[in-house]
Write a protein that binds this ligand. Structure first.
Ligand SMILES: C[S@@+](CC[C@H](N)C(=O)[O-])C[C@H]1O[C@@H](n2cnc3c(N)ncnc32)[C@H](O)[C@@H]1O
Length: 650
C-alpha cells in the first residue's frame, strides 16, 4: 500500500515516490499516466482551480451539492485511497484581509476536505499559510479536525531559515520579514494543540539550511518531502542529481519513513544512454515519463543506503514505542526478560574483562595458585555473570569461590540446574535471598552486580548495593565501581502525542523506556547523578539534586522541547566501562534503550536563550522517585511531586 507507514530502513526494491500534478479533470488518465511512468501516487488537485464559491450562484448555507469536482466513480475506492493524495486548492487564504477571499477559502477548504474524506483518501496536503498570521486558518482546521475520521492532513511548509536560505529561496513563499519556516509550523500546531492527524509536508528547495536547523525536523511529524526539479543539479553525464547536503537530508528522511514527492517541470535534457547510477529505464514501447530521471535518482539514493544492522532490524518494532521501566526489585522478572538480557554478549564480555582485571590486581601472579578470591554476584538472575566471572578466573588462572545471591525464587531454580549442568558445585554457592537481608558467612573480595536501569540508578542499584556493602571487605572491589546518569533536551512530537492521548496527569509524570527514533536531540548530554561503590562517606545519602543549563546551538533556530532523553554510563572497573550515553555508548550492546522524561507542556526555546532544568532523586521509606522541572526560559510545573505518578518500590 503506497501511502501506508513503512518501517524506516526497509530495504525493498525502491522507496515509494509520488508526483505533484497539475489539475486535470480526467483523473483516470492522470493516474494511469503517472503510475505507468513509475510513480506510486499522485499529489492531485481535487477541484477545478477556477472554482470560487462566491462566483457560483447557489445558496451554500443549504449545503446544495456543487459541481466542483469529478465523480467519485472514475476510480475504484482502493485506487483513490492508495494512489491519490488530495491537494487542497493553493489559492485559499484564510487569513486574508479580503473578506470575500477569506470566506471563499473557508468554504472551499471544508468542501474539499469533505470530498477527500468521502473518497477515503489517506491524506490531503494543505497549502502553506500565506502570511505570518495563521489564526483563522488554524481555527477552521481545528473545526475540521474535530470530525475528520481517519484522514491525515499534511501542512505544506517550505524548509527555509532566513539567514541561510533566503537568497536561494523560492519567491513564491518568500515575503518581507520572512521567518524561520519552523516557526510557522510551530505556531500552527500549537493553535491546533499538537493534533495527531496534523503533520508536515516539507518543500525542499535548492538551498538546504544548516545541519542543526534541519535536524529539528527529525522530531516533527514530517510525512512527505517535496523536491522541486529546480533543486536538482546536473551530473557529468547530464542526469539530475542532488547536492551532498540534499542527499544527506533525503537519506535521513527515508530513515524516518518520509515519502518523497517530485514536483515541477523537467529541467534536464536527459541523454538516452544508461549509466550505473542512473539507470534510464524506458517503459514498453520506448515511452518514458518526463520526470523518470528524477524518480530514478531518488530510487538510486534509496538503494545506496547502508542496510540496517541485524540488531537495528530487530529493534524496528520498538522505535518510539513507550514502555514502563522494569521494577526488578519490587517485581520478579519473567523468563523471557532474562532471555533477552542473556542474548547481549557484549554486556557480559565487558563484565568478564572487568572481573579479569580486578582478579589480576587483587592477586599477583606469584600468589595465583595459593590465594582464592571470594566473589559474590549479587542479583545473579539465571547466572550469566557467574559464568562471566568463572571465565575471567580461567582466563587469568586465578582461583575463585563464588556466591550467587538472587531474590527471585524462579531464577534461583534455573541457577541450581545451571550449576549442576556445568559441574560448578565445588565453586558456586547459591543463596536464595534479598542481598539486603542476607547474613553472609564470610566477606567478599569482589562484589559483582548489574542492577542498572536506562538512567543508571533508576532500578535502585544504590539502595541494593548499600545493603550488600556490609559483606564486602574494607578494601574490596565493587563492579561496577560507579555509574552516572545523563540527560539532553529533545523534540519528540510522536512521544508527546502518545502520552497526551491518555488524557491524564499520571502519564505526563512517568519516565518511559523507549527506543528513540523520531526525535531531535537538541544539545549535548550533561551528567546528572553519580553513585560510587563502595560508598565510604560518613553520611551516605542517595537523595540527589542537580540544576543544569543547556545552550541550544544558535544555528539550530527556535525549538520546542517535549522532554528529556536520559542515558547512563557505568565504570565497571578502571578503564572498562559500559553504557548508552550516545557519545561513549558501548558498541553493539542492546540491553538498554534510553529513558524519556516528558514535560506536561512543551517548552519553546529561542536561539541564544538557555534552558534551565532541575532534577531531583527523592528517597522515602518504601519508594524512590524523580521530580523534575524547567525554570527557564519559562517555568513548567514541578513534575511528579512526592512521586504521586511514578515511583520505584524498595
Ligand atoms: C537486571 S537483572 C540482571 C540479572 C543477571 N545478573 C544478568 O546480568 O543477566 C537484576 C537481577 O537482580 C535481582 N535483584 C534485584 N534486587 C535484588 C536484591 N535486592 N537482592 C537480590 N537480588 C536482587 C533481580 O531479581 C534480577 O534477577
Amino acid at each position: 500500500m503506497p501511502l501506508g507507514e513503512r518501517y524506516g530502513g526497509d530495504k525493498s526494491e525502491s522507496r515509494y515516490c509520488g508526483i505533484e500534478t497539475e489539475f486535470d479533470d480526467d483523473m483516470p488518465n492522470l493516474l494511469s499516466y503517472n503510475v505507468h511512468g513509475g510513480f506510486d501516487f499522485v499529489l492531485a488537485t481535487l477541484m477545478d482551480p477556477k472554482y470560487r464559491p462566491s462566483l457560483v450562484d447557489i445558496d451554500t448555507s443549504r449545503s446544495t451539492a456543487l459541481p466542483f469536482a469529478g465523480s467519485d466513480l472514475v476510480l475504484s475506492p482502493s485506487q483513490w485511497s492508495s494512489h491519490v493524495v488530495g491537494k487542497i486548492s493553493s489559492w485559499i487564504d484564510l487569513d486574508s484581509e479580503d473578506e470575500i477571499l477569506r470566506q471563499d477559502s473557508e468554504i472551499t477548504l471544508k468542501q474539499e476536505i469533505a470530498w477527500a474524506s468521502h473518497l477515503s483518501l489517506q491524506a490531503c496536503i494543505l497549502p502553506t499559510p500565506k502570511g505570518s498570521s495563521c489564526a483563522n486558518y488554524a481555527r477552521c482546521l481545528n473545526q475540521i479536525l474535530q470530525n475528520l475520521g481517519g484522514m491525515q492532513l499534511w501542512l505544506r511548509i517550505p524548509m527555509v531559515k532566513p539567514e541561510d536560505g533566503i537568497e536561494a529561496g523560492n519567491p513564491e513563499y518568500m515575503r518581507e520579514g520572512d521567518v524561520d519556516s519552523w516557526e510557522l509550523w510551530n505556531s500552527f500546531r500549537l493553535l491546533c494543540e499538537h493534533h495527531s492527524q496534523l503533520s508536515v509536508a516539507i518543500d525542499i528547495w535548492s538551498s538546504v539550511p544548516s545541519a542543526a536547523s534541519v535536524a529539528r525536523w527529525y522530531g516533527e511529524p514530517v510525512r512527505a518531502a517535496i523536491i522541486n526539479t529546480n533543486s536538482f543539479l546536473t551530473n557529468a553525464k547530464g542526469y539530475p542529481c542532488l547536492s551532498k547536503r540534499h542527499q544527506r537530508l533525503i537519506t535521513a528522511f527515508f530513515d524516518h519513513s518520509v515519502q518523497v514527492v517530485i514536483s515541477g517541470q523537467p529541467v534536464h535534457k536527459v541523454p538516452v544512454a544508461t549509466s550505473a547510477s542512473n539507470v534510464d529505464t524506458q517503459n514498453e514501447g520506448g515511452w518514458r515519463h518526463p520526470l523518470k530521471a528524477y524518480l530514478d535518482y531518488v530510487a538510486f539514493l534509496y538503494q545506496k543506503m547502508d542496510p540496517l544492522p541485524e540488531q537495528e532490524r530487530f529493534e524496528l518494532g520498538y522505535r518510539d514505542y513507550l514502555q514502563s521501566p522494569l521494577q526488578p526489585l519490587m517485581d520478579n522478572l519473567e523468563a523471557q526478560t532474562y532471555e533477552i538480557f542473556e542474548k547481549d554478549t557484549v554486556k557480559y564480555s565487558q563484565y568478564q574483562r572487568a572481573v579479569a582485571k580486578a582478579l589480576v590486581d587483587r592477586v599477583p601472579d606469584e600468589d595465583a595458585s595459593r590465594v582464592t578470591t571470594v566473589l559474590m554476584v549479587v542479583g545473579a538472575g539465571r547466572g550469566p555473570l557467574v559464568r562471566a566471572s568463572l571465565q575471567a578466573a580461567e582466563e587469568t588462572e586465578r582461583k575463585l569461590k563464588v556466591y550467587a545471591v538472587e531474590k527471585n525464587p524462579n531464577a534461583v531454580v534455573t541457577l541450581h540446574s545451571l550449576v549442576k549442568l556445568e559441574g560448578w558445585e565445588q565453586t558456586v554457592t547459591i543463596i536464595s535471598s534479598d542481598m539486603r537481608d542476607w547474613d553472609a558467612p564470610e566477606k567478599a573480595d569482589i562484589l559483582v552486580s548489574e542492577l542498572l536501569g536506562s538512567f543508571g540508578d533508576n532500578e535502585l542499584s544504590p539502595e541494593c548495593l548499600d545493603g550488600a556493602q556490609r559483606f564486602l571487605k574494607e578494601d574490596g572491589i565493587s563492579i561496577p565501581s560507579s555509574y552516572t546518569s545523563f540527560i539532553q533536551p529533545v523534540t519528540a512530537c510522536k512521544l508527546y502525542n502518545d502520552i497526551k492521548s491518555h488524557k491524564d496527569l499520571v502519564h505526563f509524570e512517568t519516565p518511559y523506556v523507549v527506543k528513540l527514533h523520531r526525535v531531535a536531540r537538541l544539545a549535548n548530554t550533561q551528567p546528572v547523578f553519580t553513585f560510587t561503590h563502595p560508598e565510604h562517606s560518613d553520611k551516605p545519602s542517595n537523595q540527589r539534586y542537580k540544576k543544569l543549563q543547556f545552550d541550544i546551538p544558535e544555528d539550530t533556530g527556535a525549538t520546542l522541547i517535549h522532554g528529556f532523553a536520559g542515558y547512563f554510563d557505568a565504570t565497571l572497573y578502571k578503564d572498562v566501562h559500559l553504557g548508552i550515553e550516545p557519545s561513549t555508548a558501548t558498541p553493539n550492546m542492546f540491553s538498554w534503550f534510553p529513558i524519556f522524561f516528558p514535560l506536561r507542556a512543551p517548552v519553546y526555546v529561542k536561539p541564544g536563550t538557555p534552558l534551565e532544568v532541575h532534577f531531583w532523586r527523592c528517597c522515602g521509606s518504601t519508594k524512590v522517585w524523580y521530580e523534575w522541572s524547567v525554570t527557564a526560559p519559562s517555568a513548567s510545573p514541578l513534575h511528579n511531586t512526592n512521586g504521586r505518578s511514578y515511583w520505584v518500590g524498595l
